[in-house]
Design a protein around this ligand. Structure first.
Ligand code: ATP
Ligand code: LTN
Length: 334
């Protein structure tokens, strides 16, 4: 029996991934790669929709690949590759742009948020077209499952709309993908601002836990996490968002239920909870950090793995692109 096709990606927009990427995406990917024919990309074409320093981007792209592998993505079982190595992404995105409504694209909340954050001067056509490029990623591989964080749901819904539209206008071409979101961990919040999503490109890094941070820094950030004046270790997302966020992270990384943590820390205060969390986070990240250093110590080998996976990805992508070019009526180059 063939395994269902799965696709997901992350932007190489920082040197290190943050704990939200790890919990909301990588952990989930790691278990899904067993049961799915999985494609994982490092989406550098997406990353340049906001300004990137070229030398940094190259380094971050390798670094992100190393972090995927160190966190448990197996590049011989899954197709782990760099988006810009497969030309078909940009090519299909162009075609999809022509069937996407201007109003439809304007409604994407990520675009509105990023425009607000980076200012109107930084708003480019590329940022506007971010979702159609993401749709191309997904549709090129005839994907059936797209595991992402809650923030990406709207983009996957647009992808489905575009696939249905293309299929009805030009004939059955694309598989209609489903979004897969793990509810409990779909959103990890900033430790200093526990009502907004933790993000690689947050303005302040004080509330961002980086996979590759030194243990001392991680400890400090967790100990300084914003909580509340109530004092009780109780999961209450509405009234105690800071504590709820710490409990979520703890529960996922320690594979324990929230209830068992509430019981253990009942009457003990936030300091103890935070200390416990520090141990769990470092216990998870220490080995990952070591493995990343090993992998980056041999960049030629890493590049070789990425190249052979890009070749595999290209074969699948080019087949879909050829059908699309034919369906829209492009004259074949003989
Ligand atoms: P950027 O700030 O550059 O947009 P990001 O940290 O938001 O970066 P992405 O590269 O956009 O991360 O996302 C990679 C994956 O991680 C996506 O599946 C996304 O939904 C997930 N993700 C990102 N942040 C979180 C978070 N705070 N909680 C849960 N999942 C997250
Ligand atoms: N926009 C996504 C990254 C991404 C992606 C994809 C995720 C680009 N292409 C295709 C799933 C499928 C984000 O997480 N910011």
């Amino acid at each position: 029996m063939t395994k269902p096709r799965l696709y997901s990606g992350m932007q190489p927009s920082a040197e290190s991934l943050q704990i939200g990427n790890y919990i909301g995406a990588l952990l989930n990917w790691k278990s899904l790669q067993q049961t799915h024919d999985a494609f994982f990309s490092i989406v550098d074409l997406h990353a340049i929709t906001v300004a990137q320093e070229p030398a940094k981007l190259r380094e971050n792209t390798r670094g992100t690949a190393a972090q995927y592998i160190a966190a448990g993505i197996d590049p011989s079982a899954s197709t782990l590759y760099v988006q810009s190595h497969v030309a078909a992404h940009a090519q299909l995105a162009w075609v999809l742009n022509t069937i996407t409504g201007f109003g439809e694209a304007s409604r994407m909340t990520q675009f509105k948020d990023k425009t607000a954050r980076h200012g109107a001067d930084a708003t480019t056509v590329g940022l506007f077209a971010y979702p159609t490029l993401m749709a191309a990623d997904i549709l090129l591989y005839q994907t059936s499952v797209v595991p992402v964080g809650e923030d990406q749901r709207q983009h996957v819904e647009l992808t489905r709309d575009l696939a249905l539209r293309f299929n009805s206008r030009f004939g059955d071409t694309f598989t209609i993908p489903e979004v897969a979101i793990v509810k409990e961990t779909a959103k990890i919040y900033d430790l200093q601002n526990p009502t907004s999503k933790m993000s690689k490109s947050a303005e302040s890094h004080a509330g961002v836990i980086w996979l590759l941070d030194e243990p001392g820094i991680t400890r400090k950030k967790i100990m300084r996490a914003v909580t509340d004046a109530d004092g009780g270790v109780v999961f209450d997302r509405e009234n105690k968002p800071g504590v709820a966020n710490l409990l979520t992270i703890y529960s996922v990384l320690a594979s324990r239920t929230i209830e068992s943590l509430e019981t253990e820390y009942a009457g003990r205060g936030y300091g103890d909870l935070k200390k416990g969390l520090v141990e769990v986070v470092l216990g998870t990240f220490d080995p990952i950090r070591e493995r990343v250093a090993e992998l980056l110590g041999d960049p030629a080998e890493l590049d070789r793995v990425l190249a052979s996976n890009a070749a595999k990805a290209s074969d699948v992508a080019n087949e879909t692109l050829a059908t699309v070019y034919d369906r829209v009526g492009f004259l074949p180059r003989r």
